[in-house]
Design a protein around this ligand. Structure first.
Ligand code: CO
Length: 134
């Protein structure tokens, strides 16, 4: 059911420093910061040949990243995103198998303008999983 690894999202305490590190130290292709107020994050996209890295920093008061950084002050992997062809059927299959979908269970428009759901990390080896319909 799941396809390509779409991205790995890393919460970072200092977005400019993290972007510079990926660009200058790791030699990656790094984009400009983008505010995404609907998601409570500022994102820097790092393009790799086979996937993307998203550097996430809190934006606004109710950012989902703020609590994560409070627990992990030096940053850390926040979630990984797998591609699926049909978000509704993927969600239904997972719910039928006992996995928990975060929120009200409905697919939402994600950071790339495509439908996404998030799966509870306790059901997936401690890893928050995002599914994105491509
Ligand atoms: Co994501």
């Amino acid at each position: 059911m799941i396809g390509r690894l779409n991205h790995v999202a890393i919460a970072v305490p200092d977005l400019a420093a993290a972007a510079a590190q990926y660009r200058d130290t790791l030699g990656a292709k790094v984009g400009a910061p983008q505010d995404e107020p609907d998601h409570g994050v500022t994102v820097v996209f790092v393009d790799l040949p086979n996937t993307k890295i998203e550097l996430l920093h809190p934006l606004g008061e109710d950012s989902p990243i703020a609590g994560f950084l409070a627990k992990n002050p030096s940053g850390g992997i926040h979630h990984i995103c797998y591609e699926v062809e049909d978000i509704e059927s993927a969600r239904d299959r997972l719910v039928a198998s006992g996995a928990r979908v975060l929120g009200d269970g409905a697919a939402k428009t994600g950071a790339h303008g495509k439908p996404v759901v998030f799966l509870h990390p306790k059901d997936f080896n401690g890893c928050l999983i995002e599914l994105e319909q491509v």
